[in-house]
Design a binder for this molecule. Structure first.
Ligand SMILES: C[S@@+](CC[C@H](N)C(=O)[O-])C[C@H]1O[C@@H](n2cnc3c(N)ncnc32)[C@H](O)[C@@H]1O
Length: 306
């Protein structure tokens, strides 16, 4: 489906954002997003981060042919808001017609069967693949959760996982921020007998559980939304594809969940934030890191002293 929508961008001061959003919905907008910060990553904004004074509202209307009429209506609404908020400045809005593609099909084009390392193969549910006997094939439908293997941060983790399993078989693996479950399932497919996968998002836990079932490894993966500090320890491998800041915040818990000699794989780290993580991890008895980079992402691999 390729229908044309109208995207309207409204620069707005912080104090007016809620009311303007409300007005747009009243005018028939099918969705409003508020760009409040430069998103350089994939998860939640830092709650301690200060909000900026100005925002960009993007609001979407299904009927692009109403552009001129909508522009006038929005100008009238903004003018009317000035009676409530005398400090509201004059606002220049931008209008762009945009094509709505069939996103579900569009992103699928970028998720195709991929081999990682010697044995690991990631395959979308809608593709066929003839596996060699030694292949560890995992089949995924990421649903609403993050993790198809196409994102560089996931890929770096999968490469680390494949490399570590090549060095020695690993039995107990912890996947922190499991998303679609891709890393946990890959660990089980490569032979781990007990995998714990946690995520703060209940939706991710549901998707991960379904993907584990689909891959026939649900009996070896325990999926939980419990906090990291409530989980057991003694893991030979701990993977965390979460933000640099989150990796730093959780570092004591991540390290304490490792068995002696265990490996810690930290991903989701922008190259520019790599040093922050390296500095924070110095506080622990770890060797490393071995650092792997793809585009703007870094992945750090540590080993806990035996
Ligand atoms: C970038 S995704 C990674 C998904 C998957 N592991 C992968 O490598 O593709 C990060 C996931 O971590 C989860 N997450 C973020 N902070 C977390 C935390 N403190 N504890 C557990 N999960 C967390 C998010 O909900 C999200 O599903």
């Amino acid at each position: 489906m390729n229908s044309t929508w109208l995207e309207i961008i409204i620069p707005a001061p912080a104090f007016a954002v809620d009311l303007i959003c409300h007005e747009m919905i009243e005018l028939g907008s099918q969705g409003v997003t508020v760009e409040e910060r430069q998103l350089d990553t994939f998860v939640m904004p830092d709650p301690d981060e200060h909000s900026p004074e100005h925002f960009h509202l993007k609001t979407y209307f299904p009927n692009a042919d109403r552009a001129e009429q909508l522009k006038e209506q929005i100008a009238e609404r903004l003018q009317a808001l000035k009676t409530l908020m005398p400090n509201l400045p004059d606002i220049d809005i931008e209008l762009h017609p945009i094509c709505q593609q069939d996103w579900a099909e569009d992103w699928k084009q970028h998720f195709t069967t991929t081999r990682i390392g010697r044995r690991l193969v990631i395959k979308p549910t809608w593709e066929d693949f003839s596996a060699a006997p030694s292949d560890a094939v995992i089949t995924l439908d990421p649903g609403m959760a993050f993790g198809t293997g196409t994102h560089d941060t996931t890929r770096l983790c999968l490469e680390a996982l494949a490399q570590l399993f090549d060095q020695q078989p690993l039995q107990r693996v912890l996947d922190v921020g499991t998303g679609s479950g891709i890393l946990a399932i890959a660990a089980a497919a490569l032979g781990a007998q007990q995998v714990v996968a946690c995520d703060i998002e209940p939706q991710s836990c549901l998707v991960a559980a379904e993907n584990a079932r689909l891959n026939g490894v649900d009996n070896r993966i325990q999926i939980t939304d419990r906090a990291l500090n409530e989980l057991e320890d003694g893991f030979e491998l701990v993977l965390a594809n979460i933000l640099a800041e989150e990796n730093i915040r959780l570092a004591p818990e991540l390290v304490s969940r490792l068995a002696p000699g265990g490996s810690l794989v930290l991903s989701g780290i922008l190259v520019e934030k790599e040093q922050l993580v390296v500095d924070a991890l110095r506080a622990f008895s770890l060797s490393g890191p071995n650092i792997y980079r793809t585009a703007e992402w870094s992945c750090l691999i540590y080993r806990k002293e035996a």
